[in-house]
Write a protein that binds this ligand. Structure first.
Ligand code: NOJ
Length: 928
């Protein structure tokens, strides 16, 4: 029997937790989280000035196994920190490797062959770099010394070389024949590497924060260095931070008021504020730089806490050179130096180079890119049925209904509350009969309840993360006292993945998909609401070393579970809150608990754009804002913007008022319906972009500069974005906004998607703002495939005919693409898809096939879909009145028509009516 005194602490924790989580008056609790000054490794590193440390010298460069290897030695021991004070530092091992496509990899670690090296090995993050990346390594067979012997250089690509300066040590990537680097490391002599060592007598390695003690058994082990991006106007990336700026603002140096570095530490931050360098749920230590002439990138594969400063010109007291260089300073608590330099030189090259290391997004099923309806919580089966019916009654399509934590039996995942959800299978089948799916939540905190099979198995098999004393770690989360599977361990991942089989997950059906939340991991009574850093994973890896990748592994194991459940025939859908570099291979992510205010609406765009630039293309923000009740105007604007997010889901906290789309009066319902219809009409275009992103890594939502890399006006634009290459959207972020200035880049014009009107490119336009939509434009020279029949869900749209919207450029030409497959399986990997290329020129539209993968033998995929309309934006009225279709040589009419088929819609462009050609066929249509 458990005594009352034994229960008391638990009771207190519960009460405190409840107060903490549900006091709606509270906002972001800054004090819960450490700032740089409260984080000793960050404070130490940040207090250094350039070249103030004893410098590192490179010696004994040689070629070994196709790498360049060398030793790095610090001239004397460091004295400004608590690292190796008094000890002679051991030489470090450096290894430089070169990969196809312009990628340089630099690794620096301790030399474990040194007899004086401690037995503990520093953590190298496994499973993130693609398994086949090593196949792309170029075998280095030689390097050259400079004439004076001060540098060594190796071949990097046709245009670039890597230079190693020996003393002081510096790495430079530069264009051949030029003396100017494009990226460099340690140009400011800030490189430092705290080596593992024995504790000295009287030394205190413990760190304390708000009543939590981190035992730090291995002592200081941080690493820091400076990285400079030359020829750069701005730097971008390193999510996740809430910000209303896409370009990373300087965090230190002249003119910087609030001096905190960008923190990369996955945390469950309650009511995060919309603009702060503070770290939230996910971390991707990848930064891109961009300037008029070129782009480059830098990625540090390290899953420990990281802090990154972007330094304002003059930070080092040197006069700004005016040459466009951005200096940054990277600090990590643990791990090794495992860094990747991407030479670009174009921004899309940088993205593809990064994708060749960490992978591209997993191609989602078609339903997953349509509209999702979520709420914490849909109460019971009746509620689910009535929300589902509500969509049909109001003629609004949706594809997925979500169930949050309350659907479970006492927050035991993989179970159902038997009273509220007595027939889960039937419920899912009913939804699926309308082509709709369901998602349930499965979090990593496993309730410590002996009658719960998941807990029992994990305990018996020893699958939980351990605390510093070696016992199963016990932390507090939704399920009360909980433990966390150690998904770093492949055996645990295998076990976890089996939990999703239809047999093991009672009440699940093949149309059920999964949501992984709280996987930072969130631990309500832990330091900074997370797991203690001295908790232990497989092989004695400390949680501090892997923290930022915990959610990654959990997401991976879950996605693998769904893959196996469907016999590798059904593409998984798993939404995760926490993420790390490479999470794009496992599924989608969202930006967590935002708030129902205009500022959060605005910051969603730079946040999603940043995620796209760093591989996580499939992402979105909670439509309407998670906390609080949006005014109807805000909700409508959020739907209008969110309809363009790659991941399109409405979600709300359980304390908020219900906000299904039809609850704000007929007029608002109509506006929301219109926004959702816009997304559904663009699904063929989106799906084609997802395929492109899954093949190349280029994001779906793109900053304007990715498409207009030389246009400086676009570099700092955080309010507008491109969807692929052809559509530009400007958000409306203010209440009652009547007009907006929209910058339309490039030399060609843009056509309003609202009314077909043309606007000149290369200038800003002051435009009226309407209630019915936010400004969106199709680029002249593009062809966008759409579908305009609105159904209950994507499933019913499969055989619907297409509309092609042709936006003519000044030469009356345009081109575009369409990708189609079965929307579900992996057959596309064996050639079962249709990929068309449309070209309009000289009054003739042709459709031909593009073969992405020359798979042989090719599996078949066919579609009976036809093209029902072709809209010609930019063709003068009367410019054509009929069209002749080949093969067949038959005619159809060309006449003025509306953009959208709807009663009362006005004719704004010439339309080829009913060409009725098959989408899968080759054909030509000539307008006369
Ligand atoms: C936190 C998540 O961010 C939120 O979306 C979810 O509704 C709650 N956890 C409850 O599961």
């Amino acid at each position: 029997m458990i005594s009352l005194p034994a229960l008391l602490p638990r009771f207190i924790v519960t009460v405190v937790t409840i107060i903490l989580l549900f006091s709606s008056a509270s906002a972001w609790k800054k004090d819960e989280f450490r700032n740089c000054d409260q984080t000793p490794f960050c404070k130490r590193a940040r207090s250094r000035t350039p070249h103030s440390l004893p410098h590192f010298t490179l010696s004994d460069p040689s070629i070994s196994d196709g790498h360049l290897t060398a030793r790095l030695l610090q001239s004397i021991s460091s004295s400004d920190n608590d690292s190796a004070a008094g000890d002679a530092p051991r030489p470090l091992l450096l290894r430089l490797s070169v990969y196809q496509g312009g990628i340089l990899r630099l690794k620096i670690d301790e030399d474990h062959s040194d007899p004086s090296a401690p037995s503990k090995k520093r953590f190298e993050v496994p499973d993130v770099v693609l398994p086949d990346f090593e196949d792309r390594r170029l075998w280095l067979s030689r390097f050259s010394f400079s004439d004076d012997g001060s540098t060594s250089s190796v071949y990097l690509s046709e245009d670039f070389e890597a230079i190693l300066r020996h003393n002081p040590f510096e790495v430079q990537v530069r264009r051949k024949g030029s003396n100017d680097p494009s990226i460099s490391l340690n140009s400011h002599g800030l490189f430092d590497f705290e080596q593992l060592r024995e504790k000295k007598e009287g030394e205190d390695w413990e760190e304390r924060f708000r009543g939590h003690t981190d035992s730090r058994p291995y002592g200081p082990q941080s690493i820091s260095f400076d990285v400079s991006f030359h020829g750069a106007e701005f730097v971008y990336g390193i999510p996740e931070h809430a910000s209303n700026s896409l370009a990373l603002r300087p965090t230190r140096g002249p003119g910087v008021e609030h001096s905190e570095p960008y923190r990369l530490f996955n945390l469950d931050v309650f009511e995060y504020i919309h603009d702060s360098p503070f770290g939230i749920y996910g971390s991707i230590p990848f930064m891109l730089s961009h300037g008029v002439k070129s782009s480059s990138g830098f990625f540090w594969l390290n899953a420990a806490e990281m802090q990154i400063d972007v330094l304002a010109p003059g930070w080092d007291d040197a006069a700004a050179t005016g040459k466009g260089r951005i200096d940054t300073f990277w600090m990590s608590e643990a791990g090794i130096v495992d860094t990747f330099f991407f030479v670009g030189p174009r921004s899309k090259d940088v993205i593809q180079q990064y994708a060749s290391v960490t992978g591209t997004l997993a191609m989602p099923q078609e339903f997953a890119i349509a509209y999702h309806q979520c709420r914490w919580n849909y109460r019971d089966e009746e509620d689910v049925a009535s929300v589902d019916a509500g969509f049909d009654e109001h003629d609004i399509p949706y594809d997925v209904l979500w169930l949050d934590i309350e659907h479970t039996d006492g927050k035991k995942y993989f179970t159902w509350d038997k009273v509220l959800f007595p027939n889960p299978e039937e419920m899912q089948k009913k939804l699926f009969s309308k082509g709709r799916r369901m998602v349930t939540i499965v979090d990593p905190h496993i309730k410590r309840d002996d009658s719960y099979y998941v807990h029992k198995e994990a305990t018996d098999k020893g699958y939980y993360v351990k605390d510093a004393s070696g016992k199963d770690f016990d932390g507090w989360c939704w399920s009360g006292s909980s433990s966390y599977p150690d998904t770093l361990n492949p055996e645990v991942r295998e076990w976890w993945s089996e939990k999703f089989s239809l047999k093991n997950y009672g009440g699940s059906t093949p149309s059920l998909y999964i949501w992984n939340d709280m996987n930072e991991p969130s631990v309500f009574n832990g330091p900074e609401i997370s797991m203690p850093r001295d908790a232990l994973h497989l092989g004695g890896v400390e949680h501090r070393e892997l923290h930022n990748a915990y959610g990654y592994y959990f997401h991976m194991a879950t996605a693998d579970g769904l893959l196996k459940r469907g016999n590798v025939k059904d593409r998984p859908f798993v939404l995760s809150r926490a993420f790390f570099a490479g999470s794009q291979r496992h599924g989608a992510i969202w930006t967590g608990d935002n708030s129902a205010d205009w500022d959060h609406l605005k910051s969603s765009v730079p946040m999603i754009l940043t995620l796209g630039l760093t591989g996580m293309s499939f992402s979105g923000a909670d439509i309407g804002g998670f906390f609080g009740n949006p005014e109807p105007e805000l909700l409508v604007r959020w739907y209008q913007l969110g309809a363009y997010y790659p991941f399109f889901r409405a979600h709300a906290h359980h304390d908020t008022k219900r906000r299904e789309p039809w609850l704000f009066g007929e007029q608002k319902t109509a506006l929301i319906r219109e926004a959702i219809h816009t997304r559904y009409s663009l699904l063929p275009y989106y799906y084609s972009l997802f395929r492109k992103a899954s093949a190349s890594g280029v994001p779906i939502l793109r900053p304007l500069w990715l498409e207009f890399p030389e246009d400086k006006e676009t570099f700092d634009n955080s309010e507008a974005f491109m969807i692929g290459e052809s559509i530009l959207v400007q958000g409306i972020y203010e209440e009652g906004q009547k007009s907006v200035s929209v910058y339309l880049p490039g030399e060609q014009s843009w056509y309003s998607m609202r009314n077909g009107a043309a606007y000149a490119g290369g200038q800003a336009h002051k435009l009226d703002v309407f209630e019915d939509s936010i400004p969106s434009f199709q680029r002249a020279g593009s062809i966008v495939p759409r579908k305009y029949r609105f159904r209950r869900s994507t499933t019913q749209m499969t055989n619907d005919p297409y509309t092609l919207v042709i936006a003519l450029n000044s030469s009356l030409a345009a081109e575009g693409e369409l990708y189609i497959d079965d929307g579900r399986s992996y057959d596309f990997e064996h050639g079962a898809y249709i990929h068309r290329r449309f070209v309009f020129s000289n009054g003739r539209l042709t459709s031909s096939s593009i073969d992405l993968a020359a798979a042989s033998p090719r599996e078949k995929f066919s579609s009976s879909c036809t093209v029902e309309r072709i809209i010609l934006l930019g063709m003068r009225p009367g410019g054509a009145n009929k069209a002749v279709i080949e093969p067949g040589n038959y005619e159809t009419v060309v006449e003025p028509g509306p953009l959208v088929l709807r009663a009362g819609a006005v004719s704004v462009a010439l339309v080829i009516r009913k060409p009725d050609v098959h989408i899968a066929d080759d054909w030509t249509i000539k307008v006369l």
